[in-house]
Write a protein that binds this ligand. Structure first.
Ligand code: 13P
Length: 243
């Protein structure tokens, strides 16, 4: 039985003061959310401790937006697993299209990050997805398959989340049709060969499309950017009702 994971990725948004305000608005809205789903937020590093304190005793779990493969060392701007575990962080996003694009993160580096997360008890959320150009050229499946094969090499699929985030759908308001998102998630599941793998969809998820997305057979959750910054809209997403 795959338990859906509804995660908000705050990216480079939210000071500690804003995070506290968000939590004050959000927590009452999830007091009746059923336990059949995980609820997760990935704040910027500076807000993790504030969020961990505010989330105590609630259903909300925390993710980081990155993790390094070394335990410590001369790696300016990076974050080690123990620094996250100290705050009760349970997940780590790796391979998001933004660090892939702006910092040229490779599948090999992403794999190192994901392995480090797993071996330290964090669940990696490994993002994959094609650009608009790659989709137009009919290369989407090949690109995603390479990201999956290289990025997930050596990982235990029972302690892993894959997020299918088509790059053309991120922050554009253009959601991937739910049937197409479901088809790609199904392909990823067949390539990994694990019926229990949790696969999220991400890219312009909103209160208006969450119920349909969560009704799809191979979509086990969502990774939400913009709509997670507003407590009410993320609460509506968290309280989805799948048919
Ligand atoms: P949006 O929901 O803003 O499209 O962002 C998706 C995303 O990148 C989540 O990681």
């Amino acid at each position: 039985m795959r338990k859906p994971v509804i995660a908000g990725n705050w990216k480079m948004h939210m000071t500690c003061a804003q995070a506290r305000e968000w939590m004050a608005a959000f927590l009452p809205l999830i007091s009746n959310t059923p336990d059949d789903r995980h609820l997760v937020v990935a704040p910027p590093f500076t807000a993790i401790s504030t969020m961990a304190e505010a989330a105590q005793g609630s259903k909300l779990e925390l993710s980081s937006q990155n993790v390094h493969w070394e335990g410590h060392g001369a790696y300016t701007a990076e974050i080690a697993p123990a620094m996250l575990l100290e705050h009760g962080v349970a997940y780590a996003i790796v391979g998001h299209s933004e660090p892939r694009k702006y910092f040229s993160e490779s599948d090999e580096q992403i794999n190192h990050r994901a392995r480090s997360a797993q071996s330290n008890g964090l669940i990696p959320i490994v993002c994959v997805g094609e650009t608009d150009e790659q989709r137009t050229r009919g290369e989407a499946e090949r690109v995603i398959r390479r990201q999956v094969e290289q990025g997930l090499e050596g990982l235990d699929p029972s302690k892993l989340i894959v997020a299918y985030e088509p790059i053309w759908a991120i922050g554009t308001g253009k959601t991937c049709e739910s049937a197409e998102a479901n088809r790609i998630c199904g392909l990823i599941r067949s390539w990994v060969g694990s019926p229990d793998l949790i696969i999220q969809y991400g890219g312009s998820v909103k209160p208006g499309n969450i119920d349909e997305l969560m009704s799809m057979s191979d979509i086990d959750g969502v990774l939400v950017g913009g709509a997670s910054l507003e407590a009410e809209s993320f609460a509506r997403i968290a309280n989805y009702q799948a048919s």
